[in-house]
Ligand binder design. Structure first.
Ligand SMILES: C[S@@+](CC[C@H](N)C(=O)[O-])C[C@H]1O[C@@H](n2cnc3c(N)ncnc32)[C@H](O)[C@@H]1O
Length: 280
């Protein structure tokens, strides 16, 4: 039985929540990638030419096993606009291939005709588009719901090749893929605040790639697992002990609990993944 509360109490709770939301969001809404482009279009193009040549035999093997591989020319073009950034660590985007392949395999094995995919950590939208493409190529209906503290409709620099044209919103950055972005809901906010509020009762496939600390991964996992049935899949990025011990610890805890049968793929000390299906 719910206890009726006087209006002013409810209103105060809403006001406090709105204040907290604004405080959390504010630090991400003020040119998080800088007030000027970090590189020229030629510099980003040169980084891309190098990154696209990276070979990943372990990813080839996964594609062979599932029987599904993303169109590489399409992937490279998407990566040029959404993955090629100026940063210290190596540039590569094999997770797009893995996500596509595993979503296609999930759809094929499950026979579902409508799927909901949840992603935490949208960034520029690369993975969300790879997963939307998997739904589209499978010829079924579905949606991707993706969360980020970075706003979708605020013009900013993104540390990417399109910064040469000036500031863009994420919506503008992704406007060359209209059919796919129509399948994606971009939720702006901290996953801690937003995940408990989503109405979706089922999450067929989840990709956790937001804040890489143990408590966040476990919070997001809790929001996902209560919406999954046996056979539904979860995928963790950056299960790398050197860079993200919190992700490694969270994934180990989840694995030990025994509700998911996880498998791991380590490509290098900078790139490692874990994924698997719910078993009970
Ligand atoms: C590694 S990037 C995601 C990359 C993206 N999944 C892809 O593959 O293209 C992590 C993103 O998570 C966002 N993020 C970090 N902590 C978050 C939080 N607590 N809630 C929502 N988004 C968060 C960051 O703003 C960043 O864009």
């Amino acid at each position: 039985m719910s206890i009726p509360m006087p209006g002013f109490v409810t209103e105060s709770i809403y006001a406090a929540r709105a204040w907290l939301n604004n405080r959390v969001d504010a630090r991400w809404s003020n040119d998080p990638f800088g007030k000027a482009p970090r590189g020229t279009p030629d510099e980003y193009q040169a980084l891309f030419e190098k990154a696209r040549l990276n070979e990943f035999p372990a990813v080839d093997a996964v594609e062979k096993e599932t029987g599904f591989a993303i169109d590489r020319a399409w992937l490279d073009d998407l990566a040029l606009h959404t993955q090629i950034v100026k940063k210290k660590s190596d540039l590569a985007y094999p997770h797009g291939r893995l996500l596509y392949s595993l979503v296609r395999k999930y759809i094929s094995d499950s026979g579902e005709t409508f799927v909901t995919i949840l992603e935490t950590g949208t960034a520029r939208g690369f993975s969300a588009l790879c997963m939307a493409k998997a739904i589209q190529d499978a010829g079924i209906a579905g949606r991707v719901v993706t969360f980020d503290v970075l706003p979708h409709l605020k013009k900013q620099y993104w540390n990417c090749i399109d910064d040469g044209e000036g500031k863009n919103t994420r919506a503008e950055l992704l406007s060359r893929w209209p059919e796919l972005t129509r399948m994606i809901t971009f939720v702006h906010g901290d996953t801690l605040m937003m995940l408990p509020r989503i109405g979706h009762e089922r999450v067929n496939f989840a990709f956790l790639d937001a804040q890489h600390i143990k408590s966040s991964v476990l919070n997001e996992f809790q929001a996902v697992t209560r919406r999954q049935q046996p056979g539904d899949v979860i995928f963790f990025d950056d299960v790398t002990p050197k860079s993200y011990p919190g992700v490694v610890a969270a994934v180990s805890e989840i694995e030990q609990a025994g509700d998911y049968a996880l498998q791991r793929l380590t490509i290098s000390d900078q790139r490692a993944y874990a994924w698997g299906a719910k078993v009970r």
